[in-house]
Design a protein around this ligand. Structure first.
Ligand code: FPP
Length: 222
């Protein structure tokens, strides 16, 4: 959800106002996914690297996450959305983490949209965690290293059991992956839009999905 800071700066507003507007933009995006029949949406809300930002910005972002959960849980349940989260959730403030776990539990049976929040997330950390778990199983004799396949690795990632993304939308014109789902994005189509996240609308989502639909996916074939 890139471009919150720039959106605020362009308007002479504090960065956190950009994040606040950014969290509002989530609503149109989830509604658009449901309308378009998209079954899985992952939002990169806070990276492991984002902890290095100034303390007041980090605190404000954690506050926004908290507010998002307080204000939107009823809506999430009403819209049949299943909430999930990936990342080092143990890094989150206790109160926010409990709220998150609560909404995850309450929405576990929902089926309209799987909404995953990537929080304190780093793809390299995820792959490292998977390598550690696989190595531990090999050491303990429950896994034969010769039988390790790509599926073994996938099944040790935080996204185990979930499909790899078909489409990655990167807002604010950024041309980087930024440590996001590196394994899972191997064959994902990428759409980069100049739109800053706070002004990303349902129509922008539909335009990205249309662009995706016009792509010819070859998976290394011809
Ligand atoms: C990137 O923009 C955005 C973030 C680091 C935070 C995104 C978080 C939210 C929108 C709110 C909390 C989450 C939820 C799910 C409600 P940036 O700050 O890097 O913007 P810039 O590149 O323009 O400076």
């Amino acid at each position: 959800m890139d471009g919150n800071g720039r959106w605020a700066r362009e308007r002479g507003l504090p960065r956190i106002e950009g994040h606040r507007r950014g969290s509002e933009a989530v609503r149109a995006c989830t509604a658009g996914c449901i309308e378009a029949g998209v079954k899985n949406l992952t939002l990169y809300a806070f990276s492991k690297e984002n902890w290095q930002r100034p303390a007041d910005e980090v605190q404000a972002l954690m506050g926004l996450l908290d507010r998002f959960l307080v204000e939107r849980t009823a809506e999430i349940l009403e819209q049949n959305i299943r909430l999930r989260a990936i990342g080092h959730l143990q890094d989150l403030p206790e109160k926010g983490r409990r709220r998150l776990e609560d909404t995850i539990a309450k929405s576990a049976g929902n089926t309209a949209l799987n909404l995953t929040l990537a929080l304190s997330y780093s793809s390299r950390a995820e792959i490292t965690d998977a390598a550690r778990a696989i190595a531990r199983a090999a050491r303990d004799g429950t896994l034969d290293p010769e039988t390790i396949t790509e599926d073994t690795v996938s099944s040790h990632l935080y996204t185990a059991g979930e499909p790899d993304p078909d489409l990655l939308i990167r807002t604010s014109g950024e041309m980087r992956i930024s440590n996001f789902l590196l394994w899972q994005l191997s064959y994902t189509e990428i759409v980069v839009t100049p739109k800053l996240w706070p002004e990303f609308t349902k129509d922008d989502l539909f335009a990205a999905v249309r662009e995706y639909a016009g792509r010819h996916r070859r998976y290394g074939g011809i």
